[in-house]
Design a protein around this ligand. Structure first.
Ligand SMILES: [Zn+2]
Length: 402
């Protein structure tokens, strides 16, 4: 009897959407929630266990004993039927987790889906769409790198995210326009499970803020509420764009980051290790991760305008690593990766950007970028007295790296 049931279950795992985890799409799940009727991967099965057995009873398809009724229930339900019900009202701005997403995101998605059943009823996700959120987050200081509690206020009507040093303060320390704001859950970079990274543009220069929340729900609530608000703003602003195109514009949570080395414009300078962040059409580089301002940026235009990426370095360059050459109309940028996998992945990501046509906004950004960096090259002294002072190189040697 037991063997026959196991065989039926294993057959179920080969059918349609049961081949992938119901919650994170990982291939070949071997676990199940026997009272909900979904098949999940080992990682998500651990999260289901945290929900409690009154919400989800986790069993292994291979190792546990299954009775006839439970097996019949699994055959009747399965991932497609259950997800059609429990994810029916999953909003477009709430992207469903994939297995590589941070654990906190998968945990909160599973809580929202099975415990709070937010996506089952119309209006279930409405609390993300209020356009207003107030709360405390720990913010990393730009200078001393210490995390301190700051009050954050998101306000869709004003189109801003502001933060305040003191709870009762009237004037915000900073007011960030939502037009260029992107939030990313970044536990690894921030080294905190509830880490959150904000990026936005100040006078054409990307600025980062690093935060963490006291608990996972708060972190994901901020992340999703910011996404929902930015989404609705973009939708208003670009009424001609489809939902997909708007989501693509927001797809910065896919941004690639990592170490590469680069040389300067003369190509005789020593290769220096830099932390690179692909932020939409900008390839930013920092001396260290977690810095507020990049040291420089490579704007990635369209390949029809002479922007090219290829593997390897020009002849005469010593390759002590895996080289990448990024050609722009202004100059070649020579980069070195530590291994071939990184080299391939960076080239694929950059190629992706170069083949994408420039939108009207991209064209404006490109002009802005050129002006900003041209200005910076020409007039270090003048810029030093403005709010951009932190991005201005302080020594002639550093200056070459723009
Ligand atoms: Zn999973």
């Amino acid at each position: 009897m037991g063997e026959r049931n196991k065989k039926i279950l294993l057959e179920q795992l080969q059918i349609g959407k049961n081949k992938y985890c119901a919650d994170c799409n990982a291939a070949d799940p071997e676990w199940a929630s026997s009272n909900v009727g979904v098949f999940v991967c080992v990682n998500c099965s651990g999260i289901h266990r945290m929900l409690g057995t009154h919400i989800s009873r986790v069993k292994s398809c291979k190792l546990d004993q299954w009775d006839d009724d439970s097996v019949a229930f699994m055959c009747e339900r399965g991932n497609e039927v259950v997800n059609d019900e429990l994810e029916k009202y999953l909003p477009v701005y709430y992207h469903k987790p994939v297995s590589s997403d941070p654990q906190v995101y998968k945990e909160q998605f599973i809580q929202s889906k099975y415990n709070r059943k937010e996506f089952k009823q119309p209006g279930g996700p409405a609390h993300y769409e209020k356009g207003r959120l107030v709360g405390n987050l720990h913010k990393r200081g730009k200078e001393d790198k210490q995390y301190r509690v700051r009050k954050f206020v998101l306000d869709a009507n004003e189109g801003t995210l502001k933060y305040y040093i003191k709870q009762e303060a009237k004037e915000p320390k900073q007011s960030i326009p939502l037009t260029t704001l992107h939030a990313t859950l970044s536990p690894e970079i921030i080294d905190h499970p509830n880490g959150l990274q904000l990026s936005f543009l100040v006078n054409g220069v990307t600025r980062h803020i690093y935060l963490y929340a006291d608990n996972g729900k708060e972190a994901v609530d901020w992340y999703i509420t910011i996404r929902a608000t930015v989404y609705s703003n973009l939708k208003e602003q670009y009424s001609e764009l489809s939902n997909d195109e708007i989501i693509k514009r927001m797809a910065r949570n896919q941004q690639k980051q990592g170490w590469m080395s680069k040389t300067g414009p003369k190509k005789t300078e020593p290769y220096r290790k830099r932390w690179f962040v692909l932020d939409d059409r900008r390839l930013l580089y920092f001396t260290q991760p977690l810095e507020a301002y990049p040291k420089g940026a490579i704007y990635l235009g369209n390949r029809q305008d002479g922007y090219i990426v290829r593997d390897g370095l020009p002849a005469g360059q010593q390759e002590s690593g895996y080289g990448i050459t990024v050609t722009t109309p202004e100059r070649d940028f020579l980069l070195l990766c530590e291994d071939q996998e990184e080299q391939r992945s960076w080239i694929a990501e950059i190629k992706n950007v170069l083949t994408r046509p420039l939108s009207e906004q991209d064209n404006k950004d490109l002009i802005n970028h050129k002006q900003t960096y041209e200005k910076r090259r020409k007039s270090v002294a003048r810029l030093a007295s403005t709010s951009l002072s932190a991005v201005v190189p302080t020594s002639p040697k550093q200056k070459q790296h723009f």
